[in-house]
Write a protein that binds this ligand. Structure first.
Ligand code: 3PG
Length: 306
């Protein structure tokens, strides 16, 4: 019998927690909860008793992994695992998994919520613009990118995509125009939606060089990771060009962007909310619990990342 710790600084919806509890209750394992914790020490104390750990964007660094003396598996209930020190886990022979695709729809829907909100002048009552007939560029054609492309088509947009790891025919089969470079996306599209992970190649990659090529009245949408966009460069291009707008799932850190004069041309929620739906929480939470149970009961390592 193993102890599964669900540690979430930003808690799952109550329904998701109940469903995770039920899944674990039907197994031979037990669930422990550490929700809405405010101090790293609380996580360090709780993980000491755990054989398995489920987290969201919670930081699982080398200290946490070292404190988890019995830990055999960490599952990031979500897609991006840049919050987990995978190298430290590998060193301690701890398996790391994510739950790809489980919260993708929540993020994809939010992209359109953001696009409409900003295109309609933040619901101020001023005359805005529509999405139909506009060109949407999807950067990163993974689970979320594919859904964004599909919804964009349903809204009558002309959809293009760029992903250096995906062959052109995969996009063409879905009626999406493949673009050869990220520069092409920035030059051609009215709406540019980012769906790339934060890795060394992508961090800061959306910089002034790319931004200055944006077509007239273009909007950048970032629901991926804050670090992939150089926010000072966004502020700089928005100072130089009054036609550019920016919506992000991350409250900007750049003082220039936060200046009141810029406020009508960008939007971000107070807290990252891409995957913050009941459905996404249920899907990702249950997937994480089931992956752990299968790992202990049958040695299944599907979705292992290390
Ligand atoms: C993910 O990578 O799955 C999303 O960014 C969701 O993150 P969250 O669980 O912190 O909401």
């Amino acid at each position: 019998m193993s102890v599964i710790l669900l540690a979430t600084e930003k808690p799952f919806a109550a329904d998701a927690v109940n469903k995770i509890r039920n899944v674990v209750a039907e197994s031979t394992h037990t669930l422990q909860l550490l929700e809405s914790y405010t101090d790293k020490q609380q996580l360090l104390d709780a993980v000491a008793q755990a054989d398995a750990l489920i987290v969201r964007s919670d930081k699982v660094d080398a200290d946490v992994i070292a404190a988890g003396k019995k830990l055999q598996i960490i599952v990031r209930a979500g897609a991006g695992y840049d919050n987990i020190d995978v190298a430290a886990a590998t060193e301690k022979n701890v398996c790391v998994m994510n739950t790809p695709g489980q919260n993708a729809n929540a993020v994809a829907e939010l992209v359109f919520g953001f696009m409409i909100y900003q295109s309609r002048k933040q619901f101020s009552g001023s005359s805005g613009t529509e999405l139909r007939g506009k060109k949407l560029g999807v950067v990163g054609f993974g689970n979320i990118g594919k859904l964004v492309a599909q919804i964009g088509k349903a809204m009558g947009m002309e959809v293009c995509a760029y992903d250096k790891f995906i062959e052109a025919h995969v996009m063409q089969e879905k009626g999406i125009k493949p673009l050869a470079t990220i520069e092409d996306v920035f030059e051609e599209c009215h709406y540019i939606s980012l769906h790339i992970p934060a890795v060394s190649d992508t961090k800061g990659s959306v910089d002034f060089h790319l931004l200055k090529t944006m077509r007239k009245n273009a909007m950048l949408i970032n629901t991926a990771r804050q670090e992939v966009v150089n926010e000072d460069d966004i502020a700089r291009i928005m100072e130089e060009r009054s036609d550019i707008s920016f919506v992000s799932d991350f409250m900007p850190k750049s003082d220039k962007l936060l200046d009141e004069s810029m406020r009508k041309r960008w939007f971000a929620p107070v807290k990252k909310m891409g995957a913050q739906t009941e459905e996404a929480n249920v899907n990702a939470g249950i997937a994480a619990a089931k992956q752990i149970i299968r790992f202990f009961d049958s040695g299944d390592r599907t979705f292992q990342l290390n």
